[in-house]
Structure formats: C-alpha cells, structure tokens
Ligand binder design. Sequence first.
Ligand SMILES: CC(C)(COP(=O)(O)OP(=O)(O)OC[C@H]1O[C@@H](n2cnc3c(N)ncnc32)[C@H](O)[C@@H]1OP(=O)(O)O)[C@@H](O)C(=O)NCCC(=O)NCCS
Length: 170
Amino acid sequence: MTSLQIAICEAKIDDLETLYKIELECFGHEAFPKSWFEYFLRTPKFLNLVALVKGEIAGFIIGSIIRYGNKTYGHIYSLDVSLGYRRRGVAYRLLDKAEEILIESGAEACHLEVRTDNIPALRLYKKRGYTITETLKNYYRTGVNGFRLSKNLSDQQARHPLRSRLANNT
Ligand SMILES: CC(C)(COP(=O)(O)OP(=O)(O)OC[C@H]1O[C@@H](n2cnc3c(N)ncnc32)[C@H](O)[C@@H]1OP(=O)(O)O)[C@@H](O)C(=O)NCCC(=O)NCCS
C-alpha cells in the first residue's frame, strides 16, 4: 500500500460534525456524546488535532495539558482513525505530534485509558512506549474493564532543544 501524505493541524469548531461522525464509526453506542466534542473544541486547554489526507479528516486526537502543583503531565482522551484510513500510520502521526506538543509544554508524562479488549490500541501504545500502570474495574459505561497506560516523557524533555538550552544556561 502506498504511504499517505498526512498533515497534522489544530482542529476547529467547524470540524465538530466530522469528528463526531468518526467517533460514531469507531465506538457506535459507546461513543462520547457530541456535546463533549463541542466542549473539547471550544475550550482552549484541550489539545485538539486532526490528521488531514488530501484535505479530508482521516482521524483526530484529543488531549490536555494538566498542571498539578509543580508537575505537568498530558492526558489523551480520544484517538480515532476513520475506517478507510486505518493501518497507514495516521494514529502514529497524531500521537507523535500530541507528544511533541506535550513535551514543549513541559509535560513529564502522558497518561490515557483504553479498554482491556482493544488489541489494536494496546499494540499501538505499546509500540510507542506506553506501559500498563493500572487495571480499572468496570471503567466503561458497559461494565468493561480498562487499563491505564503511561509513558514517561522526561527523557525526551531533556533532549528537547529549547529545554536543553535552558538547562545549560542555569
Ligand atoms: C487504534 C487506532 C487508533 C489505530 O489507528 P491506525 O491509524 O490504524 O494506526 P497506525 O496505522 O498508526 O498503526 C500503529 C500501530 O498500531 C497497531 N495496530 C493498529 N491497528 C491494528 C490492528 N487492527 N491490529 C493490530 N494492531 C494494530 C500496530 O502495532 C500498528 O503498527 P504497525 O502497523 O507498525 O504494526 C484505530 O484502529 C482506531 O481508530 N480504532 C478505533 C478507536 C480506538 O480504539 N481508539 C483508541 C482508543 S484509546
């Protein structure tokens, strides 16, 4: 299969209908409510990115940067790729870009939750360096268990050009 030309851009409120359509395609009756997507898209603290292929939205990622005390970390809430664009590296690109932004924002780690039976997502996150840190009983509305996964970003923080320059000046 030929490789895709994928552009990663910030999502806009005008993308709401398309994002929700992809969410329904991915999760059916377990989809997040549309109102949540509207909230994500309208609230600046969320990190909302879309993957565009020839101008069409192929997938999206939603996360946030959380500052708690003197700690900063990222949380991913949703990573969805439309059926016609799967297994072509769209999720990798979205996750890589989200992590890049988290690292630039000073996040030391990234956390997310996934169903214990979601093998594609578990393989994807494992390949990108996430490890299971917790099992969450009855985490999903349907009573399905979840895993919490985490990735340490502090190594990449140290390698980030701006951060290492700042560290060298202190
Ligand atoms: C999980 C999902 C986001 C992957 O998107 P994608 O764009 O197809 O993923 P990529 O092409 O970037 O693949 C990345 C890796 O994920 C894993 N993967 C993706 N789909 C897979 C599948 N069907 N079976 C097994 N592994 C899979 C592979 O390890 C793959 O790497 P490889 O191709 O080098 O083997 C997509 O299947 C999806 O949207 N699923 C429904 C929504 C969902 O479950 N989101 C995650 C919730 S947290």
